[in-house]
Design a protein. Structure first.
Length: 580
């Protein structure tokens, strides 16, 4: 009987020893204390799992919970969107200084009274704050020597909202570059970040990739929000939507696409519009930290337009196989390779799909003919142009450039359908792609409709592009030819010579009161553009426009659009033009 207690004591000692050996650090696992690391008690690390705050780029429904059995030493297999399936996050090695820029919804530096940013190391198990940076009355913070790796950054600022986001801090390959920089967006109490994912939890970037597109090619500028009190009539006085700012930009980060600026406190009803069509809706409630929409994928793709056409021979009406078809958006944001350089099939047909509603230039071209037009696509529109006749004009036109500055090496031939109701900057396509050099002949298929033609060195009238020569910035200034009218019924004889002239600023001194607009027309009646009012000088209104030397018609309109003055004037490259 006396030996039984001794056996119990021995068993307890054996169990305690085993627990001690299991819990002791293994060789090589210990490390010196790091002053930047915020220690987490062991009790807070159980059960072991990767936890993250709600993140526009990480879907809680699909986030993987990791246990100790999932880990192999310090490697953790990550499968969330944004890092790529099967990517491996490793324990940070090395360090980097990280600058945190505090921005408002317009991406402007924002002075914050009090702010704290925590960096959670995703590779550490579980995710925990590795470091934090704090500041007062500041528009930026700095993490000194943050270990390299992938982090989730969470921000706290009284009176502001912020969304967690992930970012990878990587080593500078040269070791001498500026600090790594991340942008933290902060929204005041009357603003809500707008977050959009699909009904099936897919990111907008992933949805676009599944359609073979970059996100900005589908989502830039297409979203809006309609607010109401009862889900019926839109009331713009309740608030408005502002997209993430910037050319070709569609988001702040992840799936945060913009900001809802509220003019009235919730409750409200919000509808998400894509190209003017409702694709999601939800209530706006007091206490919402973000306005999150689940996008109906089918409703979103239904907003895309579609184009069908058939290239046919103008003499016998037979189909033309291999005609070159290109559809280019007026702005570069929506231009896609899948819409460029398509060849018509044996039946002469081609179909272009997934067209984001906007204004596009269509060209259908063979060696014997060219068809060009502008098309304004509406949401969900299915456009069938039917047969397009090519080949009526015969041999291609020969374009030759003369004049110009002595150092020029590259210019662009521009072609557009004739239209004297709009400024030339709205008529000529913005995408310059028909290049020509000094002494070269450019062969242009004869247009099938009345058209206008000119040549320019970028930076001239109707072009917003920087001055360039063969891709290199030029200091010589823009040059341009006059526009020539091409009429299929009056085929020109011989080569068409286009003379490059320097484009210069011209002052118009107009001694007529009450003028609201001045238009400049060339000898063909084409509207070059509007003069800009620069204010009075010596009691006379001074207007300004960029033109080449030549004779023009100036039309002055009053505030109601009524014509007040029409005069012809010649500019010889010297001095202002005085009217009347």
């Amino acid at each position: 009987m006396g030996s039984r207690p001794l056996g119990v004591v021995a068993a307890i000692l054996a169990v305690s020893l085993a627990v001690f050996l299991v819990g002791a650090p293994r060789g090589g696992e210990g490390r010196a204390a790091d002053p930047t690391v915020v220690d987490t008690p062991r009790s807070e690390m159980e059960p072991a799992s990767l936890t993250q705050a709600p993140n526009p780029g990480t879907d809680p429904a699909t986030r993987r919970e990791l246990t100790e059995s999932d880990r192999s030493e310090s490697d953790v297999a990550q499968s969330s969107e944004g890092r790529g399936a099967g990517a491996v996050a490793r324990e940070p090695t090395g360090r980097s200084c990280v600058l945190v820029r505090l921005l408002d919804r317009a991406s402007r530096p924002h002075m914050i009274e009090s702010v704290e940013v925590e960096a959670f190391a995703i590779a550490v198990h579980p995710a925990r704050p590795i470091a934090r940076a704090t500041g007062t009355d500041t528009q930026d913070l700095t993490f000194d020597y943050l270990p390299l790796g992938e982090y989730e950054f969470r921000t706290t600022a009284p009176g502001y909202r912020s969304l967690p986001f992930t970012a990878a801090i990587e080593a500078d390959p040269d070791g001498a570059g500026p600090p790594a920089a991340i942008d933290v967006y902060l929204w005041p109490s009357n603003e809500l970040p707008v977050v959009v994912r699909t009904l099936h939890g897919q990111s907008l970037a992933g949805f676009a990739a599944a359609l073979g597109c970059a996100p900005h090619q589908l989502w830039s500028g297409v979203f809006d929000i309609r607010l109401s009190l009862d889900g019926a009539a839109r009331d713009d006085s309740l608030g408005h939507f502002e997209p993430a700012p910037g050319h070709k930009r569609w988001n702040y980060f992840g799936d945060a696409i913009g900001t809802l600026v509220l003019e009235r406190d919730p409750p409200l009803w919000a509808e998400l519009l894509c190209s003017g069509e409702v694709v999601a809706e939800r209530p706006v409630s007091a206490g919402d930290e973000a306005l999150r929409f689940d996008l109906d994928e089918g409703a979103a793709t239904a907003t895309f337009a579609r184009l069908t056409l058939q290239a046919v021979d103008c003499f016998d009406g037979g189909p033309i196989e291999g005609a070159d078809v290109t559809l280019e958006a007026e702005g570069s944001t929506y231009r896609r390779g899948e819409h460029q350089g398509l060849a018509t099939g044996p039946d002469g047909r081609v179909v272009l799909e997934r067209i984001v509603p906007s204004r596009y230039e269509l060209t259908v071209e063979t060696e014997a003919g060219l068809h060009q037009r502008w098309i304004d696509f509406a949401s969900g529109q299915d456009v069938d142009l039917g047969p397009i006749e090519l080949g009526c004009g015969g041999e291609p036109l020969t374009i030759r450039v003369v004049g110009g500055p002595p150092e020029w090496s590259h210019a662009f031939v521009e072609l557009a359908p004739f239209d004297d109701t709009k400024p030339l900057q709205d008529v000529y396509p913005g995408n310059l792609h028909r290049g020509i050099g000094p002494g070269e002949d450019y062969l242009l298929p004869m247009p099938e409709q009345r058209s206008i033609l000119r040549v320019q060195i970028p930076g001239g009238i109707g072009s917003q592009r920087p001055l360039a020569l063969g891709g290199q910035v030029s200091a010589m200034g823009p040059s341009m030819s006059r526009s020539v009218v091409i009429d299929p019924a009056l085929r020109p004889v011989g080569a068409i010579e286009l003379t490059l002239e320097p484009v210069v600023d011209v002052d118009l001194l107009l001694a007529v009161d009450g003028i609201g607009e001045v238009r400049i027309l060339d000898e063909n009646g084409l509207w070059l553009g509007r003069a800009q009012c620069r204010g009075p000088r010596n009691g006379v209104d001074r207007w300004n426009i960029d033109v080449t030397r030549g004779t023009y018609t100036l039309v002055a309109l009053d505030g109601s659009g009524a014509e007040r003055l029409r005069r012809r004037a010649t500019f010889d490259g010297q001095g202002p033009i005085e009217l009347p």
